[in-house]
Design a protein around this ligand. Structure first.
Ligand code: PEP
Length: 256
């Protein structure tokens, strides 16, 4: 059975105290609302990781993740953070391939493949983001873009390695813009992603892969999005900075 996951991406927001206080609020609110196999993940800036991972420790189904790692194990890479360092904080996840990292930091599919390897080698589960830009959608290239991102970023993995991956479909034009893919648009791409995984690996692996939707997801639209067959939760940016909104999104799975 695949897991339903609601993951927050705080991006470069919140100082140390504010991050701890938001995380405490989130844990207190969501701990009784996480149903079944569902998992709630908060991906914070690196400064919060160790402290919030400690707060999450006693709460099953709440986990912590980073938003990036460097591909090397260690070394002279001033300002960077490695998978091993992130793991040592108590974090279990890392977002890789977010469109902001692809666009502003030049992260290519080839580089991301190396980061994925480093994450897995260090026991971190990648939340691997894929998605098309507005121009690519308008140019009819959605499926080609998604297929290439999967092939170049992930399909070098063995089946055992791929089973650790969480996928996030994040249409770039919907991130932080207030524009959301319609449930039908999102479902169409999620189904394509699952088929592509099934063709490369197996039906069973595809059926067990969690595929999250991200892009202006909020309490008003989460229910309809998460009701789609191939949408297993969300990667939430803006709404994850408000504990009540995040709680409402987590609670969508209570009614399913
Ligand atoms: C994101 O950054 O992954 C994201 C989905 O952001 P937002 O929810 O703010 O669109």
């Amino acid at each position: 059975m695949r897991k339903n996951i609601v993951a927050g991406n705080w991006k470069m927001n919140l100082d140390y105290e504010k991050g701890l206080s938001l995380f405490s609020e989130i844990v207190n609110m969501v701990k009784d609302e996480v149903v079944g196999d569902q998992e709630v993940v908060v991906c914070s800036p690196a400064i919060h990781l160790h402290s919030i991972a400690k707060l999450a420790e006693p709460v099953s189904n709440v986990a912590v993740g980073a938003q990036n790692i460097h591909q090397a194990e260690s070394g002279a890479y001033t300002g960077e953070i490695s998978g091993a360092q992130v793991k040592s904080t108590g974090a279990n996840y890392v977002i890789l391939g977010h469109s902001e990292r692809r666009a502003y930091f030049g992260e290519t599919n080839a580089l991301l493949a190396q980061k994925v390897d480093s994450a897995l080698a260090n026991g971190l589960r990648p939340i691997f983001c894929i998605g098309e830009t507005k121009d690519e959608r308008e140019g009819g290239e959605v499926f080609d873009v998604i297929k290439t991102q999967l092939e170049k970023g992930l399909f070098h993995l063995s089946s055992e390695e791929f089973e650790k991956i969480v996928l996030a479909y994040e249409p770039v034009w919907a991130i932080g813009t207030g524009l959301t893919a319609s449930p039908e648009q999102a479902q169409e791409v999620h189904a394509f992603i699952r088929d592509t995984v099934a063709n490369h690996y197996t039906q069973k692996i595809a059926a067990e892969t969690s595929i999250l939707y991200g892009g202006s997801c909020n309490p008003a639209n989460a229910n309809e999005l998460f009701s789609q067959n191939d949408i297993d939760g969300g990667l939430i940016g803006g709404a994850s900075l408000k504990s009540r909104d995040f709680l409402e999104i987590v609670k969508v799975f209570n009614t399913k």
